[in-house]
Ligand binder design. Structure first.
Ligand SMILES: Cc1cc2nc3c(=O)[nH]c(=O)nc-3n(C[C@H](O)[C@H](O)[C@H](O)COP(=O)(O)O)c2cc1C
Length: 339
């Protein structure tokens, strides 16, 4: 019988994933203003673990309060946040699913009325957002160390891997893109310097065998912005600090025109995989099981992430396996519904 790649195990460093289907990070806007994880998050993520995704990347989780996208985001800036995460981690892992936290800072895209927001350069995202304060070097060092402490807490909560959010126009992406980084100091001369410092800090807090994913936007969809070749160049200097690139696009500028179609970001993933010789995760309208399988079979990506489809259907892996003719293990309690 033909092996279905989607449901083949995959290993990265010390972590064995039971299949190649990931749940993409998706903000739930369901925390109180304190950033603490709620029952909603435990039910939401655990349902997808029961549905048999191989790994879950939790939503963007902020390293400091002003780094949230909204006042209802999750945070990881205080040790009191570890215990609620650790409950979630234990529940997800009990279903044979691996879990990582997406560690994030929104920079100029924080929609937090009354909060001073920061960025590499004082250029607002749009006229709906305040003008951000340009970060000085000493503040950059504080944020770098906040990333490290966020990761330390995630590790204490028991996660299997870490994803650093370098995509969608948030702080790391703001340093990377020439559209948002107009600095004339070292952070402007080398737009990957901030990312490099964050990743070096991350490595101080993780066990040696823990994989680090980096999510990037490979295309800004505007002239003068980042394109796949440019992101490859920027990642060259941090290549040794990451184990997988999770390839998304957009989010840096407000009015970029994106052509959406099934697999619209796969070609970006393939470029990064080939040029950097790193494993990649493809994402973006990949809910057709045949298309997801083809993407893996063609070696365009190593893993597939699904976002919105898993909001519509937490049991996508069970159904995709059936569609593709693969017999995967169902949760014991659901066995009677399998046939
Ligand atoms: C409700 C929602 C929240 C999202 N939040 C995040 C997030 O926290 N971090 C992130 O990197 N991407 C986020 N995304 C983007 C998704 O991870 C994913 O890349 C995007 O939805 C495209 O994949 P899809 O076509 O499978 O949905 C979000 C998307 C949705 C729909």
């Amino acid at each position: 019988m033909k092996k279905i790649r989607l449901f083949e195990p995959y290993s990265l460093k010390g972590v064995d994933f039971k299949n190649r289907v990931a749940m993409a990070p998706m903000c739930q806007y369901s925390a109180e203003n304190d950033g603490i994880l709620q029952d909603w998050h435990r039910v939401h993520y655990t349902s997808r673990a029961i549905g048999q995704v191989g790994m879950i990347i939790t939503e963007a989780t902020a390293v400091e309060p002003r780094g949230r996208i909204s006042g209802h985001d999750l945070g990881i800036w205080d040790d009191a946040m570890i215990a609620p995460f650790s409950d979630l981690v234990r529940q997800v892992q009990s279903h044979g699913c691996k879990i990582g936290i997406q560690i994030s800072h929104a920079g100029r895209k924080a929609a937090l009325p009354g909060e001073t927001i920061v960025a590499p350069s004082s250029i607002p995202f749009s006229d709906q957002f305040p003008v951000p304060v340009e970060l000085i070097e000493s503040e950059i060092r504080i944020i770098v160390s906040a990333f490290g402490n966020g990761v330390r807490r995630a590790v204490e909560a028991g996660v299997d891997f870490i994803e650093i959010h370098g995509a969608h126009g948030y702080l790391i992406n703001q340093f990377l893109s020439p559209l948002t980084n107009k600095r004339v100091d070292a952070y402007g001369e080398d737009r990957s310097l901030f990312l490099k410092q964050v990743l070096e800090e991350v490595h101080k807090h993780i066990p040696k065998e823990m994989p680090v994913f980096l999510r990037v936007s490979a295309e800004d969809y505007v002239e003068g912005g980042i394109h796949p070749e440019e992101i490859c160049r920027l990642l060259e200097s941090v290549k040794k600090l990451i184990d997988l690139v999770h390839v998304s696009s957009g989010g840096v500028v407000e009015n970029a025109v994106i052509k959406f179609f099934p697999g619209y970001q796969v070609a970006f993933a393939e470029t990064i995989k080939k040029q950097l010789q790193l494993p990649v995760m493809a994402v973006g309208m990949l809910e057709s099981p045949e298309l997801a399988e083809k993407t893996l079979n063609n070696e365009e990506a190593d893993l597939i992430a699904l976002g919105r489809e898993l909001l519509r259907n937490p049991y996508w892996p069970l159904q995709a396996a059936k569609t593709l003719g693969e017999d995967i293990k169902w949760p014991e309690a659901y066995q009677r519904a399998k046939t």
